[in-house]
Design a protein around this ligand. Structure first.
Ligand SMILES: [Zn+2]
Length: 262
């Protein structure tokens, strides 16, 4: 059946001659694999709508669970992110996470929206990349089902002052309860997994809460003190990597190019 769908190309696998498989995040079918033949010709214009970082409208032939690309149009291009190595590296990591957290035949409209908004923010160039990255990581995890409970200390319900985030149990603990219980040193976690706790300042906790509760389009519109941004970014990165139990080459690459002297 021939139909029109919209989607963001997350990655491509080049096959023989001018054919490739595209991994596309769509609103309608979630993350799908689209077979694209004869798309590497610049003359035919098909190259533009068959590259990662392009958000396109595609005409596809759908046969049960296989999708064949007929033609396409670019709705919005993020290809100019390639002009800046650090932005490019971050965009690749964002696409990687979107691919990791989505599946086929599932409603992935929230994840698609978040990914597009994140790429827009990188493209706009007015917000520190560390802020964009951290916000995306934490929000993406919450949307994917790893929503932590940040309302108050999990033991005494206190809210305010120095708090700790217990990453694997998705909860916060106040400094007094941590001291009393020697939490993070001797006590095994509720799930039997490793206990990983990180310190949160008042502004960092406020930031995390904002990211969880904000409407999708406003998710980046908050601020973290300049001198706390590095720790904040570190918390969000630890949250995603520990829950997914894996690392990402694209993340390593981003870190490598971000730390290079300009
Ligand atoms: Zn407490």
């Amino acid at each position: 059946m021939r139909e029109s769908i919209e989607g963001l190309i997350l990655s491509q696998t080049i096959l023989k001659e001018s054919d490739k498989f595209l991994t596309v995040l769509t609103e309608k079918y979630g993350k799908i694999s689209v077979y694209a033949s004869h798309v590497r010709s610049i003359k035919r214009g098909s190259l533009a709508y068959s590259m990662p970082l392009q958000y396109c409208r595609f005409i596809i032939n759908k046969k049960s669970d296989s999708y064949n690309l007929v033609s396409g149009d670019v709705i919005h291009s993020f290809l100019d992110l390639n002009n800046d190595l650090i932005s490019f590296a971050l965009a690749q990591y964002i696409l990687d996470i979107a691919r990791e957290l989505t599946v086929e035949n599932n409603d992935e409209s929230e994840m698609l929206q978040l990914t597009l908004n994140t790429l827009f923010m990188i493209q706009k160039g007015t917000t520190p990349l560390a802020h964009i990255k951290a916000t995306f990581e934490f929000r993406a995890m919450a949307q994917a089902g790893y929503m932590p409970e940040l309302h108050g200390c999990d033991y005494c319900a206190k809210d305010g002052g120095e708090m700790l985030l217990d990453i694997m149990n998705g909860r916060i603990i106040c400094a007094e309860c941590q001291k009393k219980r020697n939490f993070g040193k001797e006590e095994p976690s509720d799930t039997g997994t490793a206990v990983i706790v990180v310190h949160l300042t008042v502004s960092m906790l406020r930031g995390l809460r904002y990211v969880l509760s904000s409407e999708p389009k406003r998710v980046f519109a908050y601020s973290i003190a300049q001198d706390e941004l590095r720790d904040y970014a570190d918390v969000c990165e630890k949250y995603i990597l520990n829950h997914l139990e894996r690392g990402f080459d694209t993340l390593e690459f981003y870190k490598e190019v971000s730390s290079m002297p300009e």
